[in-house]
Design a protein around this ligand. Structure first.
Ligand SMILES: Nc1ncnc2c1ncn2[C@@H]1O[C@H](COP(=O)(O)OP(=O)(O)OP(=O)(O)O)[C@@H](O)[C@H]1O
Length: 148
């Protein structure tokens, strides 16, 4: 089953949106298999966002993502990587469709509330950065047979 890494960023935690984000994914039919509240270290932030190293906003991004607790999760489901990106919405909340998390709650790109992996490769990499394999709890729900 496909897996993705989802993180409620520090602004989402401060704005009491952890429960809302979880509910959006649960309602869709995806299944959480790991979740934890944590503060991202400088080293982890740098590794997670290494594709952006050297860009003008990199310093601000590092400062922001380490500024307070995040809620890191792994979700599982059919096409969950793209499905989650649709629920989260476009990177710039101004361009995010209403009904998406960023479209409903975000205003600016540097505070866009939630992160979701953008490919199979990045989901594997990001899950490995934030969780040990034994922290992923795979289990069957009876409802799964009604989902796909
Ligand atoms: N021009 C920018 N100015 C400020 N911050 C930016 C800018 N572009 C991207 N960022 C920040 O870097 C993050 C990573 O950018 P990326 O292009 O990977 O978008 P994304 O995949 O939608 O976001 P994320 O990786 O957080 O899910 C963005 O979510 C945003 O917080």
């Amino acid at each position: 089953m496909q897996k993705t890494f989802i993180m409620v960023k520090p602004d989402g935690v401060q704005r009491n949106l952890i429960g809302h984000v979880i509910q959006r994914f649960e309602r869709k039919g995806f299944q959480m298999i790991a979740g934890k509240l944590m503060v991202v270290s400088d080293e982890l932030a740098k590794e997670h966002y290494k594709e952006h190293e050297g860009k003008s906003f990199f310093g601000d991004l590092m400062g922001f993502i380490t500024s307070g607790p995040v809620f890191a999760m792994v979700w599982e489901g059919t096409n969950v990587i793209d499905g989650a990106r649709h629920i989260i919405g476009a990177t710039n909340p101004l361009e995010a469709t209403p009904g998406t998390i960023r479209g409903d709650f975000g205003i600016v790109t540097h505070r866009n509330l939630v992160h979701g992996s953008d490919s199979e490769e990045s989901s594997k990499r990001e899950i490995g950065l934030f969780f040990a394999p034994e922290q992923l709890v795979t289990y069957q729900k009876a409802v799964n047979e009604w989902l796909d």
